[in-house]
Every structure is written in C-alpha cells, then in structure tokens.
Design a protein around this ligand. Sequence first.
Ligand SMILES: NC(=O)c1ccc[n+]([C@@H]2O[C@H](COP(=O)([O-])OP(=O)(O)OC[C@H]3O[C@@H](n4cnc5c(N)ncnc54)[C@H](OP(=O)(O)O)[C@@H]3O)[C@@H](O)[C@H]2O)c1
Length: 249
Amino acid sequence: MNDHSPAPVFLVTGAARRVGAAIASELHASGARIALHCRSSRLEAEALAASFNARRLGSAFIVGGDLGADGVPEALADEALTHFGRLDGLVNNASSFFPTPLGRIDSQAWNDLIGSNLKGPLFLTQALAPALRASNGAVVNIVDIHADRPLRHYALYCAAKAGLAGLTRALAIELAPDVRVNGVAPGPIEWPEDDQFANTERERIIRHTLLQREGSPADIARTVRFLLIDAPYVTGQILAVDGGRSVHL
Ligand SMILES: NC(=O)c1ccc[n+]([C@@H]2O[C@H](COP(=O)([O-])OP(=O)(O)OC[C@H]3O[C@@H](n4cnc5c(N)ncnc54)[C@H](OP(=O)(O)O)[C@@H]3O)[C@@H](O)[C@H]2O)c1
C-alpha cells in the first residue's frame, strides 16, 4: 500500500468477539478497513467498530444477520460493497459448535451447523466473487483440525467443517487465477464458553499438542493476515495452527 492507494477492505464474519474480533483487530492494525459481521453480538460489534473508527475515521462498518438464512449472505455482501465500494478479502470465521450425538440429530441442528459453517461461507463467497476478482482479493476460511480427524459426538460439526475444507480447495480452483482461497485450521485456541469441555478433557487435549499449551486468538489472527496479505503464491491450502496436535491425533 502506498499513500495514494485506498486502504484494502476486509469482511470478517463472526467478528464481534473471541477469535473473530482478534482477526478483525489484526487486519485493522495492518491499515485495512473492516466490515465487521455479527449476528447476536451487536453491542460488542459496536464497541469494536467504535474503537476502530476512533483510530481511523470511517475504517469500520457493521453488517449483521444469520448466515444460514436464505438471502442473508447476499444481502450483507451487498451492504458491505455499497458502503465501501470494494472488497479485498473475506474471512469466513462465524461458526456454531455443539455436540450432535447420533440418534439425536435433527433438522434444526443441521440447519444451524451446516448453515453457519458451510452454507453461509459458500453463498457469501459466491456473492462477493465479482468484487474479489476485481481487486485480485483473497478468501480465508476458518476450518478446524477436526475436519480431517473427527471429534466423537460432533459428527455434524465435523462434516460441516470437512465440507468447508473441500469448498476451500474447490473455490481455489474455481476463482483462480484472480482470487486466492485458503484455510486456517485451529486446534485448541479458546474454549467454548458453555463448558462443553470438562477440565480433565481440556488437560488431555493440551497434553496432546506437541507444544504442550493452548494457542491464542492472536495466533489465528496473524496466520489469517499472512494468508490474506503476505502469501501471494499460496492458494488452495489449509494451514493447521494447533501447536502440532494434528500431527499425532
Ligand atoms: N475456539 C477454538 O479453540 C477453535 C478451535 C477450532 C476451530 N475454531 C474455529 O475458529 C473460528 C472462531 O472460533 P470461536 O471460538 O471464536 O467461534 P465462536 O465464538 O464459537 O463463534 C464465533 C461467532 O460466530 C457467529 N455465528 C454463529 N452462528 C452464526 C450464524 N448462523 N450466522 C451468523 N453468525 C453466526 C456468532 O456471532 P454472534 O455472537 O454475533 O451471534 C459467534 O460470535 C470458528 O470458525 C471455529 O469453528 C475455533
């Protein structure tokens, strides 16, 4: 970027809190303007946008909605493009995550897990593809190491993330050579807030990492920035950021 080129614009889904907020903050700190997507966490998104706009006026804009709902990805893509007039990168980070033991899977769980983790990213990327082609932009999908090595009782989530991994490679082909499409597969970064994992299970998972510790949202954010901004010859790849856990799961 030089003084005369406009700051790039990145859309980050699920950006109000946790890992998504870290990704948005890292990209904003690199000089970008950010379209922050949220669904329920409007207040947190507003606080984050206000902090970005306080640093650089007009550098943040909020779009909202349920990514699994028909028409919503297209509508928020439109809103972001109308506001900023361009798009240089998309980070598909939003995700729901909960167990679905076989025998108890219903269409509500299907719609929620597939909607947020697979359907939303697909329709959002499709809607934004012309703008991304025009800017020679990039997409980063936040996958999961459990896309390849499933987690017991999470079949639907793992299948949704496996679909997102497949989509990453398929869209890298489809959008080449104009747009790069990559993925980041986190390991244990930030535990869910609803105590899905007991302390003993958390300890077992950490012991399984080669580095013997959890990662941080900043580890994911730095990797996303690398793939969006500093990796012009990388496409169709999914990089595990997991302390080495997937090497010996
Ligand atoms: N945390 C980890 O250790 C870990 C490990 C492996 C993979 N990952 C992946 O890394 C990414 C970030 O993880 P995280 O733990 O920060 O995620 P998270 O807190 O569980 O969820 C991020 C956001 O996704 C949004 N979301 C969920 N369903 C949605 C829907 N149907 N439509 C629109 N937005 C929806 C929510 O936004 P609102 O709050 O605004 O509703 C939520 O704040 C996810 O893709 C996750 O699968 C994380």
